[in-house]
Design a binder for this molecule. Structure first.
Ligand SMILES: [Zn+2]
Length: 73
C-alpha cells in the first residue's frame, strides 16, 4: 500500500482527518465555523470529506479509480 493511501486509512480510522469540524474544535486554524468551505452545505465531518461532499466527489472518484487500476495489475 502506498504511503498516501496508508496515511488516509490511518487518519480515517483514528479520526484525525483535517476536517473543518476537527480544526474548528481544536482551534488549529482561523475558522469561523465547522461548515465545509467548499460547498457550505453541511458540517465538514470525515463522512462529508470522504463521501458526501458534492465538490469532492469527482476528485475522490478519480483517486479511487487510479488506486483500483494500480491494484488490478
Ligand atoms: Zn462539502
Amino acid at each position: 500500500m502506498e504511503h498516501g493511501s496508508r496515511n488516509l486509512w490511518y487518519r480515517t480510522i483514528y479520526n484525525s482527518l483535517p476536517t473543518a469540524e476537527r480544526l474548528f474544535r481544536l482551534g488549529l486554524q482561523d475558522l469561523t465555523s465547522a461548515t465545509c468551505r467548499l460547498c457550505n452545505d453541511d458540517i465538514d465531518t470525515p463522512a462529508h470529506l470522504l463521501v458526501l461532499c458534492r465538490h469532492r466527489h469527482s476528485v475522490w472518484n478519480l483517486i479511487w479509480g487510479q488506486h483500483y487500476y494500480r491494484a488490478a495489475y
